[in-house]
Write a protein that binds this ligand. Structure first.
Ligand SMILES: [Zn+2]
Ligand SMILES: [Zn+2]
Length: 352
């Protein structure tokens, strides 16, 4: 068993699992103390400005900007989204697949465009989120409420428990990658260029957009939009939705979030099987664009060693810990045994 797993709430990697259907043996303990909130005013002011600017940017997106700028902002949203979902999340935080350096370079550029801190820092916070889910050591502990898990966690000082337990986290695999080290070292130069300067300059010189439209639409509105979409995975997908895989945890299957988060809303599955590169059982559906992106690069070997969970393991886990909402294995499915069907009480039966 992995070190510290006795006080951890969630499985982080496949090796943390201690049961045949990939769970840890202990029941999750969800808790939050009344740790006084120490405000970080610099962040409060920055996020307040960003959101006011983004609302104005949304207005300009609809009524003022050129169509090329709107399309450009949309493309940047998808690129920055993939920098988080396919990069920081599935590749770096969870090691759910491997990537050759050209793909890692693409993902690190996308990730810098997203401005959610360096991929190393993002992956560190996210590993804490899975390992100590819904406790004081979870950076966006959802038991402290929707607002805290959405944006509030970035407006206050970190909980001391997070700092204490964070020291035991192994990040050596991330620091071993020169591309990630380079991004972290030069983050305060690279990030403003990728997230704000280029998205503003390109529309102005590319197709004669005004500075005002370019800045508020392609930089501010686009940045705030993908930021909130990412946060919804921590807030909404930890609150609303079914729990077909494990009913003892808060993360839920939230399709509305998945649509905007490029496939990252199937959160009950993801917290149950975090090393699955699809972050969902039905990974190849149209909603899961991140999986399509990884599959595309897997075709010519830039993405490889893609890990996924077998049907048998999913099925046994669904039966043991699910809340009964799983859409498969209903009446008459291929796995439904004849004896069980014959033995069932059927009222007013009619076989077509
Ligand atoms: Zn989560
Ligand atoms: Zn995750």
């Amino acid at each position: 068993m992995a070190p510290n797993s006795s006080d951890a709430n969630g499985v982080l990697f496949e090796s943390d699992a201690a049961t045949p259907d990939m769970a840890i043996p202990n029941t999750p303990v969800m808790k939050a103390d009344n740790y006084p909130k120490k405000f970080v005013w610099r962040n409060i002011i920055a996020f307040a400005y960003l959101h006011i600017a983004a609302i104005y940017g949304g207005y300009l997106f609809l009524f003022s900007a050129k169509w090329q700028t709107d399309v450009f902002a949309y493309i940047l949203y998808v690129m920055s989204g993939l920098g988080i979902t396919a990069g920081a999340h599935r590749l770096w935080a969870h090691k759910s697949y491997k990537a050759k350096w050209p793909l890692r370079l693409i993902l690190v550029i996308f990730n810098t465009l997203a401005f959610q801190d360096s991929a190393i820092d993002w992956a560190r916070d996210h590993r804490m989120h899975h390992k100590y889910s819904e406790t004081d050591a979870d950076p966006h502990n959802a038991t402290r409420g929707f607002f805290f898990s959405h944006i509030g966690w970035l407006l206050v000082r970190k909980h001391p428990e997070l700092k204490k337990k964070g020291k035991g986290l192994d990040l050596s695999d991330l620091y071993a990658d020169p591309i990630l080290r380079f991004q972290k070292k030069y983050y305060m130069i690279l990030m403003p260029i990728a997230c704000f300067v280029l998205p503003t300059v390109i529309p102005v010189y590319g197709w004669g957009e005004t500075w005002l439209n370019a800045y508020f639409v392609a930089a501010m509105f686009r940045y705030a939009f993908i930021l909130n979409v990412t946060w919804l995975v921590n807030s909404a997908a930890h609150k609303w939705g079914d729990k077909p895989y494990d009913k003892s945890i808060q993360p839920s299957e939230n399709i509305s979030v998945a649509i905007f988060a490029l496939g990252e809303g199937f959160h009950n599955y993801h917290h149950t099987f975090p090393w699955d590169y699809k972050t969902a059982e039905l990974g190849n559906n149209k909603i899961n664009f991140t999986t399509t992106f990884i599959n595309f690069f897997a075709r010519f070997g830039w993405a490889y060693d893609l890990k996924t969970v077998s049907d048998e393991i999913v099925q046994s886990r669904v039966k043991r810990t699910g809340d009964g909402t799983h859409p498969l294995w209903g009446w008459g499915d291929k796995d439904h045994s004849k004896e069980e069907m014959d033995a069932a009480i059927r009222i007013n039966p009619k076989d077509e």
